[in-house]
Design a protein around this ligand. Structure first.
Ligand SMILES: Nc1ncnc2c1ncn2[C@@H]1O[C@H](COP(=O)(O)OP(=O)(O)O)[C@@H](O)[C@H]1O
Ligand SMILES: [Mg+2]
Length: 275
């Protein structure tokens, strides 16, 4: 970053950047003394889409929240193991949690734009929370770039001043993706981002996910097997036996998980025989 005469911070110009690899090693998690994950090992390759699949309650959301230090915000929650972002422990005591969350963004199940804030300001909202100020010209450029990456620019370019709540559900979710991308994260986590959307909007969000992969590393939780098959490169199948912590039964290239699963439970799950 450089300073201008008016002492305003200027963001670096758009530059190609390499997404980062995220590696979870022996991750276990608890809520109080209730263990919900046990020894999860998962490498999420740079610039790929990794899908987390499995029945409700097996710890997928908890695992995702561990990947950007949101799990620790739950009172009584604890964890063991390591999460490495390009080889650096995101739980390093020297690192502020907010820095990890800036590098590892999150999009939630329900689109949550600030309803009365304009589309334009919504895109910049995450960035403002990180305490960065930008010049008007730089921020306009960033808004356009982020909306283009999220596949929303053409639909909203003539109504950037209207409130976020005036957009359709699918547009609001892509607005949240643009808001997350504006912070220029290395990784984008998505927890069932399409579960509240109709099929057409779902397809648009899936196209967006495919087009941002390469720019960011994506980790997506989904209940929709066709979606996991369509959008992901790598797939991890989580399962939890009754009253037991969740773990990964099988993981691998998406085509292998769907077409040549090694474990019968994976085969049953991806073919819709349970869950
Ligand atoms: N805030 C919480 N407090 C206590 N238990 C929780 C909390 N969030 C989730 N759990 C429990 O952790 C387990 C895993 O939940 P979750 O990670 O949400 O699974 P999934 O996303 O796969 O449905 C479940 O048994 C759930 O009840
Ligand atoms: Mg969940």
């Amino acid at each position: 970053m450089t300073m201008t005469d008016d002492a305003t911070l200027v963001l670096p110009a758009a530059q190609p950047r390499l997404p980062a690899a995220l590696v979870a090693e022996r991750v276990s998690a608890w809520f109080g003394d209730h263990q919900v994950l046990e020894d999860v090992d998962l490498a999420m390759a740079a610039g790929e889409v990794t899908a987390l699949i499995g029945p409700s309650g097996c710890g997928k959301s908890t695992f995702l929240r561990i990947l950007n230090r949101m799990h620790e915000l739950v009172p009584g929650a604890s964890l063991a193991g390591q999460v490495l972002l390009d080889g650096h422990d995101i739980y390093d005591p020297e690192l502020r949690p907010i820095e990890s969350r800036r590098r590892i963004g999150m999009v939630f199940q329900k689109a949550n734009p600030f309803p009365t804030m304009s589309v334009h300001d919504n895109v910049l909202a995450g960035l403002r929370l990180t305490g960065r100020r930008t010049r008007r010209s730089t921020s306009d450029d960033l808004v356009e770039r982020s909306l283009r990456s999220a596949g929303l620019w053409e639909e909203v370019k003539n109504r950037l001043g209207t409130p976020g709540s005036s957009l359709s559900g699918g547009q609001q979710q892509r607005l949240c993706i643009a808001r997350a991308l504006a912070v220029r994260p290395d990784v984008l986590l998505m927890d069932e981002p399409c579960s509240a959307l109709d099929p057409t909007s779902t397809r648009r969000v899936e196209e967006t996910i495919r087009s941002i992969a390469g720019e960011v590393t994506v980790v997506i939780v989904t209940h929709n097997m066709q979606q996991a098959h369509r959008v992901s490169d790598h797939c991890a199948f989580f399962l939890a036996a009754e009253g037991k912590p969740g773990y990964i039964v099988e993981q691998g290239r998406t085509e292998d998980i769907f077409e040549r699963p090694q474990d019968e439970r994976t085969s049953d799950y991806v073919n819709g025989r349970f869950g």
